[in-house]
Design a protein around this ligand. Structure first.
Ligand SMILES: [Mn+2]
Length: 348
């Protein structure tokens, strides 16, 4: 038995064409590997309203290529209700899990506990529900869209975005007595163990925000006399980049741009003319088709307003007066002094 676990597809978000291209890759893996079951643990759609007909049509087409594979779709916080209305059809091999708080499906010697997303769900509740619905199956799998709380990066990341839904704790996972917990919600790839339970967040199948690391992976679970999950690298469609560059080196951007499909740029440094800089950066953004350009430059004038800045300026003006032929040199010194000042501020 082979089960493929994916999550957080976010169809309907900005780069949906790329997501579909990645999905196509996954379909090819399913065909090649003879995958029996596909589990999508939440956020197949990016927004409730994004279940528009063309997305459903494209999905139906993809799913129809793998008629032998049983597909389970669990709603997440992004697609809790609307995309899964009874009158919507995704294909004969599709099971949308809608019974809250728990729906159990048996596949031979495997029982799968599905917990469709609700805002008040928690791992404590999962433990209670599993205990009151005991299983005799050899293998038990749980499926849930939630926040694993015992990993600092996952917790901080999701809480910071006000998305710490459905908290899940290791102490509860231990009590669930599962062989695998198929998670969704966190967008990075993670596969780890809590006592005897494997836990996995597949992560998005194509980058949907700049914070996500570049490699995309999904999780294949093989079950014979034991259950073993492993990650499969599925590459990516677009090469994303986020770079920080000094305003003095801004022309290098023309070369750097060639290395990425989608680029975010943060510009730092001290400038003489704020207005001119903004104009220049806006033009460059347009010309080079830069996705996002953040201007963090500071103007001389704003630094000169500070007491220390004023003192430095006076000293330098004196130097320039005495050695007008070295004007350019002293201006460079001034810039360095201001930059030093700024760095000191940042460190404090
Ligand atoms: Mn989510």
């Amino acid at each position: 038995m082979k089960i493929l676990h994916i999550a957080d597809i976010h169809l309907g978000s900005q780069w949906t064409e790329d997501i579909f291209a990645q999905f196509k890759k996954i379909i090819e893996i399913i065909k090649k590997e003879g995958v029996n079951v596909l589990i999508i643990s939440g956020d197949l759609f990016d927004e409730e309203w994004s279940a528009v007909s063309h997305l459903r049509e494209n999905l139906r087409e993809l799913f129809s290529e793998i008629p032998e594979t049983e597909i389970f779709i669990l709603p997440g916080n992004h697609d809790e209700e609307a995309p899964y209305r009874d009158e919507f059809y995704y294909g004969s091999n599709i099971n949308v899990i809608k019974t809250r708080p728990l729906e159990i499906r048996s596949l031979g010697n495997i029982d799968i506990y599905f917990f469709p997303f609700t805002k008040n769900g928690s791992s404590q509740e999962m433990v209670k529900l599993i205990k009151s619905n005991p299983s005799q199956a050899k293998f038990k799998i749980g499926v849930v869209h939630g926040t694993y709380m015992d990993d600092k990066e996952i917790r901080d990341h999701l809480l910071f975005q006000n998305e710490g839904y459905y908290p899940i704790f290791s102490s509860d996972i231990e009590k669930m007595d599962l062989d695998y917990l198929a998670l969704g919600h966190f967008h990075y790839h993670r596969l780890w163990r809590v006592e005897n339970t494997w836990c996995g967040y597949p992560g998005t199948i194509e980058i949907i925000s700049f914070k996500e690391p570049y490699e995309r992976k999904i999780i294949m679970i093989e079950i014979n006399d034991r259950l073993t999950p492993h990650s499969i690298n599925i590459g990516m469609q677009k090469k994303f980049g986020e770079i920080i560059i000094d305003i003095d080196e801004i022309e290098k951007l023309r070369e750097i741009r060639k290395n990425y499909d989608i680029l975010k740029v943060i510009v730092k440094g001290i400038v003489k003319n704020e207005k001119e800089t903004v104009r220049k950066l806006n033009n460059l953004k347009k010309e080079l088709d830069i996705y996002k350009l953040e201007n963090l430059t500071k103007s001389f004038a704003s630094i000169e307003e500070t007491k220390l800045g004023k003192m430095i300026k006076e000293k330098i003006d004196e130097k320039i007066k005495n050695e007008p032929e070295k004007k350019e040199y002293w201006e460079k010194v001034l810039i360095s002094g201001f930059e030093f000042l700024e760095q000191g501020k940042i460190k404090r």
